[in-house]
Design a protein around this ligand. Structure first.
Ligand SMILES: [Mn+2]
Length: 263
């Protein structure tokens, strides 16, 4: 795929046979929210997008852009009490994406005993969807993409969890990705933010790309040796990140979908 790919800085010959991989990285869609009071109490932009139209538009774009994998970096759902119709809608849309979809529970849809993720059985309704369900963190391997993704779900509302602690060493796959939902912190300011993701944890993660969620805006927090990006809260900005894993580099770009707005 990606016939437009231009390999720079290396001989094409030596790159022959290395398949490029494209990921759509989204977060903070907040399905089930009807009030616009999303993203940790921060006032949203007005007008804002209806979460359902955002998910629909993201899936449309994933098909158009021919992505290989979709990562939802937290807060797909606005809360753990979303109704059955919302769950059904989520399944329908994610199934429509066809490619694998990985969902990380965030602080809104955290993996508590009454979590929304215990009420939805994607294995029946959308078999291409998987949820990070192990509190200590979990890896998914995609041998056909030569890529693996590790993520640790948010498991409570307390804010003490460190989403990027305990990342295991790199696996055998060429591309190593992590996904985390929380606040990026540069330097050491303990206790100032909930779900802290420290700069050093990113740098030392051994990953090639870290897909972050929780912040409103598309934002690069680390370029080297690890690329770590917030994709933006989809329900507020309509943005997602398109990540291309090429032979010699990883390219990240912002894409904005244009769902219908609510006045
Ligand atoms: Mn959040």
């Amino acid at each position: 795929m990606s016939s437009a790919t231009v390999y720079k800085g290396g001989s094409e010959q030596s790159n022959a046979g290395i398949k490029s991989v494209r990921i759509l990285h989204t977060a903070d869609i907040h399905l089930g929210d009807a009030n616009g009071e999303v993203c940790c109490g921060t006032p949203t932009h007005a007008p804002y997008y209806h979460p359902c139209t955002v998910l629909h538009a993201l899936v449309d774009y994933s098909l158009q852009a021919k992505v290989d994998l979709i990562i939802v970096a937290g807060d797909l759902f606005d809360h753990n009490r979303v109704d059955a119709a919302t769950l059904e809608f989520a399944s329908e849309q994610l199934k429509r994406a066809v490619v694998p979809v990985l969902i990380l529970p965030g602080n809104h849809d955290c993996l508590t005993p009454d979590s929304v993720y215990h009420r939805i059985d994607f294995s029946r309704s959308a078999p291409n969807v998987s949820v990070f369900a192990r509190p200590e963190g979990q890896g998914f391997s995609f041998p056909n993409l030569d890529l693996a993704v590790w993520g640790k779900p948010v498991t409570d509302y307390g804010g003490g969890l460190r989403p990027m602690s305990g990342v295991p060493p790199r696996g055998a796959e060429r591309w190593q990705v992590a996904v985390a939902h929380g606040h990026y912190i540069r330097g050491s300011l303990p206790g100032t933010d909930s779900y802290p993701i420290y700069h050093e944890e990113l740098v030392n993660s051994g990953r090639d790309y870290v897909a972050l969620g929780h912040w409103s805006n598309f934002y690069c927090v680390c370029q080297a040796p690890v690329k770590a990006f917030y994709c933006g809260a989809a329900v507020e900005t309509g943005t997602c990140a398109i990540v291309d894993f090429l032979a010699n580099e990883i390219r990240v770009r912002r894409h904005t979908v244009t769902p219908a707005k609510i006045a």
